[in-house]
Design a protein around this ligand. Structure first.
Ligand code: ADP
Length: 189
């Protein structure tokens, strides 16, 4: 299995690029944000548990997130590989993912981090909020999530840098050009 993590702040373009990547490489895309939103929309027990946290721009506790992620991986036993988007966001999540994949004789091949400056992120997410109405994209919540990324979530990157798995890519500019840069990294594996 060829597994990649797409890493980056809110609005970095992880969802957009993931869509293009799964089409080209036939990988299974797992976005924990999308999964949580589906649970909330379908009013599942999990959705009810996490909806207030997510609306407030806070992280969901590790245990809940890890269980949901592992369940989703197990739903795809024939996958050629996965693109993890929005996961891991903490070191315990990264460790749990390594352990889980190892138990399946697999591992993370590479981590690609999309680099985008804060003012560009704010602009992009404000636009997304207009289009989708996501409550956690509202101005005060998005600032909280961007701060959370740069103050906390970003500290997951050294974990992968230490394993020599990290590549950073400039996420500013044309969607197709960014996609080319991503493919150039993936094609090396
Ligand atoms: P974005 O890509 O815009 O940052 P996501 O759609 O990935 O946002 O996630 C939306 C929300 O879902 C997060 O703000 C958080 O509340 C929750 N969430 C998603 N993934 C995780 C995770 N790995 N750990 C904890 N919470 C998460």
């Amino acid at each position: 299995m060829l597994n990649f993590i797409l890493f980056g702040p809110p609005g970095a373009g992880k969802g957009t690029q993931s869509e293009k990547l799964i089409e080209k490489y036939q990988l299974v895309h797992i976005s924990t944000g999308d999964l949580f939103r589906a649970h909330i929309k379908n009013q599942t027990a999990l959705g009810q548990k996490v909806s207030a946290l997510i609306a407030d721009g806070q992280l969901v506790p590790d245990g809940i997130t890890i269980d949901m992620l592992e369940e989703e991986v197990d739903k795809n036993p024939n996958a050629k590989g996965f693109i993890f988007d929005g996961f891991p966001r903490t070191i315990p999540q990264a460790e749990a993912l390594d352990e889980f994949l190892e138990s399946k004789g697999s591992s993370i091949a590479g981590v690609i981090a999309l680099d985008v400056k804060q003012d560009e992120l704010t602009k992009r997410v404000a636009q997304r909020q207009k289009e989708t109405g996501r409550v956690d994209d509202q101005a005060d919540k998005i600032q909280k999530r961007i701060d959370e990324y740069f103050n906390k979530i970003i500290h997951v990157l050294p974990y992968y840098a230490a394993q020599k798995k990290l590549t950073k890519i400039d996420g500013f500019g044309n969607i197709d050009e960014i996609f080319e840069s991503l493919c150039a990294v993936i094609d090396k594996y």
